[in-house]
Design a protein around this ligand. Structure first.
Ligand SMILES: C[S@@+](CC[C@H](N)C(=O)[O-])C[C@H]1O[C@@H](n2cnc3c(N)ncnc32)[C@H](O)[C@@H]1O
Length: 236
């Protein structure tokens, strides 16, 4: 169901995201949101004293691959998959695979140390979200980390932008507690939640350090939930 829709939208994707509030927030810097996610991922691993250079990273629902491009030199190997070949058409320098079945990730069991799904789940029908998470856990190595990043429905500006963005016509937003429940039901243990995107690009340049003190305040424009797969020997 999602595949033709995102294929249809992919050629004019940037235009379809245009919104006066969103554009003010990013200061018309198209990579602003992706850079913030890249910083968030790097900060997570830094805090957990984990060197990512030997790790394998997969981005599920990678779209046009911006985050993969930003993080590719941080990891030993990076790859992406998406139900839409149109969205991935311009991804270069990174392995990508088409996900012909939205609920079957086209990579083998326990093959990645770190998996992200960024702004994907709100496009996944409610009844399919558990299975998608189970698939992600299947592809994660024991002890691996899953990071789900989503729009925060507790933020009224986020809700307003989503409500008038054509790309989000089918969106059903997930409150952060639902993201944690999905992770836990799939056997993951949530180890960190971070709320971010409080300040627009212009202010972020000065207020970035303030924002990093607000990560536990559940009002940021988006949130990230980092969960860990059980280590070897502790899987049921
Ligand atoms: C809003 S875009 C986000 C793309 C990218 N992650 C980003 O942050 O720019 C949502 C993406 O999720 C993909 N998608 C939707 N359902 C999916 C599923 N079940 N599995 C994998 N990708 C999916 C869509 O094709 C689309 O590229």
């Amino acid at each position: 169901m999602d595949q033709p829709r995102f294929d249809e939208l992919s050629s004019s994707y940037e235009d379809l995201l245009k919104d006066p509030i969103r554009d003010r927030f990013t200061g018309n810097e198209s990579m602003f949101f992706h850079r913030r996610k890249c910083d968030l991922v790097r900060d997570f691993f830094r805090r957990h004293k984990t060197d990512t250079a030997a790790l394998r990273y997969l981005d599920v629902g990678c779209g046009r691959g911006e985050l993969l491009g930003l993080l590719k030199d941080d990891f030993q190997h990076v790859a992406g998959c998406d139900v839409s070949s149109g969205m991935m058409r311009q991804v270069t320098g990174v392995e990508t695979r088409i996900q012909h079945d939205p609920l079957a990730i086209p990579f083998s069991d326990a093959s990645y140390d770190f998996i992200t799904a960024v702004c994907v789940y709100h496009h996944v029908p409610l009844a399919d979200r558990r299975e998608l998470t189970r698939q992600i856990v299947r592809v994660l190595r024991p002890g691996g980390i899953f990071c789900m990043i989503e729009h925060n429905p507790a933020n009224p500006i986020t809700r307003l932008i989503v409500s008038r963005t054509p790309v989000d016509r089918d969106a059903i937003l997930l409150p952060v507690r639902e993201a944690r429940v999905l992770a836990s039901e799939a056997g993951l243990h949530t180890i960190a939640s971070r709320f971010f995107l409080y300040f627009p690009q212009g202010l972020y340049r000065f207020l970035g350090p303030v924002e990093s003190l607000m990560t536990q305040l559940p009002l940021g424009g988006q949130y990230a939930v980092f969960s860990q797969s059980p280590a070897v020997g502790s899987r049921s």
